[in-house]
Design a binder for this molecule. Structure first.
Ligand code: SAM
Length: 403
């Protein structure tokens, strides 16, 4: 690693050399600081700006990467590598038309291959779809991608997810229509089509929850924790323990793979979990921390356990309920007086709103109004629930006491 430039005489070039060495050694944080210091001393040092763009890209900060790489372009010193990296950054922030343009700039000096060609062909295809030409986009895709062409079904399915996540609802809806026509019994696609179309629905169908989470169960922990930065179970358990640290009967409502299990175990006499997905429950069972795990619908399970639990813990579960009146009443009925109810929600400006992801977001005021008849609010904490389309999904954790 290059000597750290310590004295006040260090030049922009010194910092640049230091940053490049740190980057080569894989020390991303030091490289970032070095590039920033170099730019502080010389804002026109294009190599430092490009280096910073690469560093941001490597840290999955694609918006910031695109900003730096655009500045390199604007300085008139962009090469094919800048165009390709900018194209990838813009693809990963859902800016498909701009991504295609950046790749096309690189194409003027060299042919694209491998994942750059795959990314370009998708960006161009999705850009054409956003412009409203679905049939043209699909017809042009094989020639665009050449040897790197993926199965068209994959391009359509991923396109549906990406276009809806990044707010291109019309294009996503058109792809959703193609997918459901191909497979009319696909309950997951049917719900996602309703969500993208913004249809007036007030709950997520149980058939969707079951099919979606059964299919997702194997990769759930890795995706949520390592890719999307999901920390709600530990954050919410910590919040609960500020108010009370010992419970006789704990219910993990929509326990999924049991990410909350290890955090609830020290607080719980008996720890039980309930979930609609058998595959998610299989994963939870492997953790060996629950006393019982039940395959059932949440409201049905609550109704069968009147005045039983002194902690009900719902991490990322209310997002599958739009209207909250029935679930609030059911939780209250299943709790003992003075018990604690903890729940997370994603935040919305509306009482409740179905999002293109197929989940619901809720307004704080709505959540608190519906809880009020049964629960006294002990604490509310704003948090980022997880990444959604590479951006933190804003949400809140609530802790209530049963009246
Ligand atoms: C996003 S996961 C969260 C899992 C877990 N609570 C966690 O924090 O990791 C949502 C879970 O809620 C379950 N779920 C959603 N709606 C449900 C319902 N009505 N009844 C039972 N489980 C439900 C799903 O099957 C899924 O496992």
């Amino acid at each position: 690693m290059a000597e750290f430039p310590r004295n006040d005489m260090a030049t922009a070039q010194d910092w640049l050399r230091h940053a490049v060495a740190a980057d080569a050694a894989g020390d991303v944080a030091v490289a970032e600081q070095g590039f920033l210091q170099a730019l502080l001393l010389d804002a026109a040092l294009v190599d430092a700006r490009f280096g910073l763009g690469v560093t941001y890209f490597r840290s999955a900060r694609y918006r910031e990467a695109a900003l730096e790489l655009r500045a390199v372009m604007a300085a008139g010193s962009a090469d094919a590598a800048t165009g390709i990296l900018l194209g990838k950054s813009l693809y990963l922030t859902g800016e498909f038309p701009e991504s295609a343009k950046a790749f096309e700039l690189a194409l003027t000096s060299m042919p694209l291959q491998g994942d750059s060609l795959r990314c370009y062909a998708r960006a161009k295809t999705y850009a054409t779809m956003i412009a409203g030409n679905i049939a043209d986009a699909l017809a042009d895709y094989p020639a665009l991608a050449g040897a790197e062409a993926e199965p068209i079904e994959t391009v359509i399915r991923d396109g549906f997810g990406l276009l809806s996540a990044y707010g291109h609802r019309d294009a996503a809806a058109a792809l959703g229509q193609l997918l459901i026509t191909e497979n009319p019994d696909d309950v997951v696609q049917r719900h996602l089509n309703d969500a993208v179309a913004g249809r007036a629905i007030d709950h997520v169908p149980a058939s969707y929850v079951e099919a979606h989470f059964d299919a997702f169960a194997n990769g759930f922990d890795d995706k949520l924790v390592n890719v999307l930065g999901y920390r709600v179970p530990e954050q919410m358990a910590e919040l609960v323990s500020r108010h009370r640290t010992a419970f006789d009967h704990v219910l993990d409502l929509g326990c999924g793979t049991g990410l909350a299990g290890a955090h609830l175990r020290p607080l719980a006499g008996e720890l039980t979990g309930v979930d609609l997905s058998a595959r998610m429950l299989e994963q939870a069972r492997r953790r060996d921390v629950y006393d019982a795990l039940t395959h059932a619908e949440a409201l049905t399970h609550l109704a069968a356990h009147a005045a039983t639990f002194d902690l009900v813990f719902a991490a990322d579960t209310l997002i599958y309920f739009g209207r909250l009146d029935a679930v609030m009443a059911a939780v209250a009925e299943a709790m003992t007086p003075g018990g604690i109810f903890a729940a997370s929600v994603e935040t919305s400006m509306h009482d409740f709103e179905i999002m293109p992801s197929g989940r619901f977001a809720h307004a704080d005021a709505y959540v608190m109004r519906l809880a009020e008849p049964y629960f006294e609010l002990l604490e509310r904490q704003a948090t980022d629930i997880r990444l959604e389309a590479n951006t933190p999904a804003k949400g809140a954790l609530f802790v209530w006491r049963r009246r």
